[in-house]
Design a protein around this ligand. Sequence first.
Ligand SMILES: Cc1cc2nc3c(=O)[nH]c(=O)nc-3n(C[C@H](O)[C@H](O)[C@H](O)COP(=O)(O)O)c2cc1C
Ligand SMILES: Nc1ncnc2c1ncn2[C@@H]1O[C@H](COP(=O)(O)OP(=O)(O)O)[C@@H](O)[C@H]1O
Length: 332
Amino acid sequence: MRLIRGLHNLQSCTQAEGHPFPQGCVATIGNFDGVHRGHQAIIEQVRQKALALGVPSVAMVFEPQPQEFFAGADAPPRLMRFREKLTALWQYGIDTVVCLQFTPRLRKLSAKEFVERVLIDGLQVRHLVVGDDFRFGCDRGGDFLLLQQQGAAAGFSVENTETVLIAGERISSTRVRKALAENRLADAEELLGRPYAIEGRVLHGRELGRKLDARTANIGLGHKNPALRGVYVVQVGRAGDGEGGGESCSFGAANIGYRPTVDGVDPLLEVHLLDFEAELYGERLRATFLHQLRDEVRFDGVEALKKQIHQDFADARAWLASHPPRPTNRDR
Ligand SMILES: Cc1cc2nc3c(=O)[nH]c(=O)nc-3n(C[C@H](O)[C@H](O)[C@H](O)COP(=O)(O)O)c2cc1C
Ligand SMILES: Nc1ncnc2c1ncn2[C@@H]1O[C@H](COP(=O)(O)OP(=O)(O)O)[C@@H](O)[C@H]1O
């Protein structure tokens, strides 16, 4: 499991310690936001081919995601931050993630230059798995046919990705975003192949939680528009412990949004763990969204907010009592 950041690191590897893929690699390129079941099928294609050729399986991703580069704040919400994506790609069978910074310079590479510099010199690719609608290079000038032509000349093959359908429709990150925005958690879970979860480090907040008798572990969302909003029952575990948190799992009530009552500015995920009291600052937690209790609202003052939050805790307990926890991946 390896991360290589930047083309220069592939190239400097070439001179200093030898190329990271001396026998070449099998690669795929994409955003992989969510690492949903469609992505998982592609990863499996890459993994199988890499096994057959005895070379590493590689996923090339970009940061920021090209949509974020072009649309800025108007880009659709991200389903996962880079670190979560990395872990998921590794978990599903990718050996090496190559992350290129999406800069104006990269954007200006022509399709032909992209193939030569990135795929051939950079990755030394032997087999490439991409969708037949894949476009790349300056002004999206390169397509599947060009890849096949340049591949034939340079000695790599190109394969179309599998299309995974649910209810007759292709699985996509957009579809997952829509399901989450509409609070259709079960649909999102079906598309993702696991329940939706957010991981992050517990940050210090304004310490209002203790005044409300509702301490909340604050997980920053990096100024990003969250994919879902509201008050939820969550399963909480230490990040990296497996789905839902494995052994260290417990349950809580969480708010994800902008905290209008206390004039919050940046979006936050705030998790109150039921039947728990200890410091969590600096820990990496994963909150898995189980059920929406209500929308986030602006209250007339802190007392009304406090009353509702304690009602939320009672509602979360009642929901949990009637929905016994399902086995986590680890138990399966
Ligand atoms: C279960 C739960 C529900 C919440 N619902 C709302 C809400 O509807 N509106 C709101 O403005 N803030 C809501 N909050 C966020 C509180 O405003 C926030 O937790 C409180 O201000 C503490 O902030 P601190 O972590 O900076 O101390 C909720 C928090 C929790 C844990
Ligand atoms: N049951 C609990 N749920 C969440 N956090 C808790 C709990 N008990 C103690 N904590 C600790 O309290 C902190 C939150 O306290 P809070 O007063 O809301 O301050 P802050 O504004 O810094 O988040 C958490 O980060 C964690 O370290």
